[in-house]
Design a protein around this ligand. Structure first.
Ligand code: ZN
Length: 371
């Protein structure tokens, strides 16, 4: 659930709906907590204005940080799908792993370096603003922006994969061991360790009465933990399936079903005989749809005799198909996107095979365990 706003440097930027919650939350904590203690004696309206400007400045800074990562990625030929801004910050969705450790290093460092540069620029601006006795509405957000960008740069340098510092750490091991998967495994363990440390630290703060700060830290820790694990899976899958086409691993020998079969027949002749959970429906060499266990489960047992396959199947129009020359990793993406376990493979409208989740998992297993 996100909204595309703009393209910057040729990269689409999307706002996730949780960003709104994040902006409200940050404006609120600034307006009622941080600002009154830093700049006493102002009206509550002024605090809220500074709070909102500061929150917008924070997310704009996060965006520039992500743009720095994405820009270096693009310059090195890696496809950047988009940047998503959400409640915990930003994510650059870069679809491939860098080819070499030194590219990863530059990509990872670009973000924190940018944040430190923004901090320096905003700090200089607030200095000038104060020298010219500008209004607090101008210099307070600049001061907060300088501070928060320094924190952002510093936090991201923690060696907790997939944070930038963790990527720098992974690039180092990668360069040293010449093995991306091994480096990712070590970096992920470190990332998960830091994530638990944050969750634990957050819980200690909550028990100690610092509720909001503690909750925030716990949530970031939890987010980091799932980020580390999914980045690890992503790397393993991407590496194991690099260069693999659907035609290399699809099942060619497909047991098809005639659309005029009854459900009873198809259960007896197909589902009971073979261990597949779905069969393509074909007539005169033309793919009409697919019949799966889920489709059959919707038909009451007493109607199995009278119901035909073409009444129960998922028709071709609703079907996601694949072509034999597509990368295998795309098939996996399609399956998880549509929450299905198999794709019929078509070549010029002709059914040439079927690819299932287990075909792909098998290929990943063979390639990671046997090299
Ligand atoms: Zn970063």
């Amino acid at each position: 659930m996100s909204l595309k706003i703009i393209s910057l440097l040729g990269i689409p930027v999307k706002l996730h709906y949780t960003l709104v919650l994040g902006a409200i939350f940050i404006s609120w904590t600034l307006a009622v907590g941080y600002l009154p203690s830093e700049y006493p004696g102002l009206s509550s309206m002024t605090y809220w204005m500074i709070g909102v400007i500061s929150a917008v400045l924070l997310f704009a800074s996060v965006l520039v940080h992500e743009l720095a990562h994405s820009h270096i990625a693009k310059k090195n030929g890696l496809p950047v799908k988009r940047i998503v801004l959400f409640i915990f910050g930003g994510v650059s969705e870069i679809e491939e792993e860098p080819k070499e450790a030194h590219i990863e290093l530059r990509m990872a460092l670009a973000g924190p370096l940018t944040s430190f540069l923004i901090a320096l620029a905003l700090w200089s601006l607030q200095y000038i603003a104060r020298a010219f006795e500008a209004s607090v509405i101008i210099y307070a957000p600049l001061e907060y922006g300088a501070y928060i960008n320094a924190v952002l740069g510093g936090f991201n340098l923690l060696p907790a994969f997939p944070l930038d510092g963790g990527r720098v750490f992974r690039a180092g091991i990668w360069y040293w061991k010449k093995d991306l998967i091994k480096a990712t495994r070590i970096a992920t363990k470190m990332g998960v360790f830091f994530a638990y440390l944050m969750i634990f630290g957050g819980l200690v703060l909550i028990i100690g009465g610092i509720f909001i700060g503690g909750l925030w830290l716990t949530l970031i820790g939890w987010f980091l933990k799932s980020g580390a694990e999914s980045s690890y899976r992503h790397t393993i899958i991407g590496e194991a399936l690099a260069g693999v086409k659907i035609r290399d691993i699809m099942t060619r020998e497909v047991h098809t079903v005639d659309p005029d079969y009854s459900i009873k027949e198809v259960v007896e002749m197909r589902f009971s005989q073979y261990k597949h959970t779905g069969f393509p429906v074909e007539k005169d060499m033309k793919l009409l749809g697919i019949i799966t266990i889920e489709d059959i489960r919707k038909i009451p047992r007493e109607k199995w005799q009278e119901t035909k396959v073409n009444e129960a199947m998922t028709a071709c129009e609703k079907l996601t198909c694949a072509s034999p020359d597509e990368p295998a990793v795309d098939a996996l993406i399609k399956m998880s996107k549509h929450n299905i376990g198999r794709l019929p493979v078509q070549d010029n409208g002709k059914l040439v095979g079927i690819i299932t989740r287990s075909d792909i998992l098998h290929a990943i297993r063979i390639r990671t365990e046997l090299g």
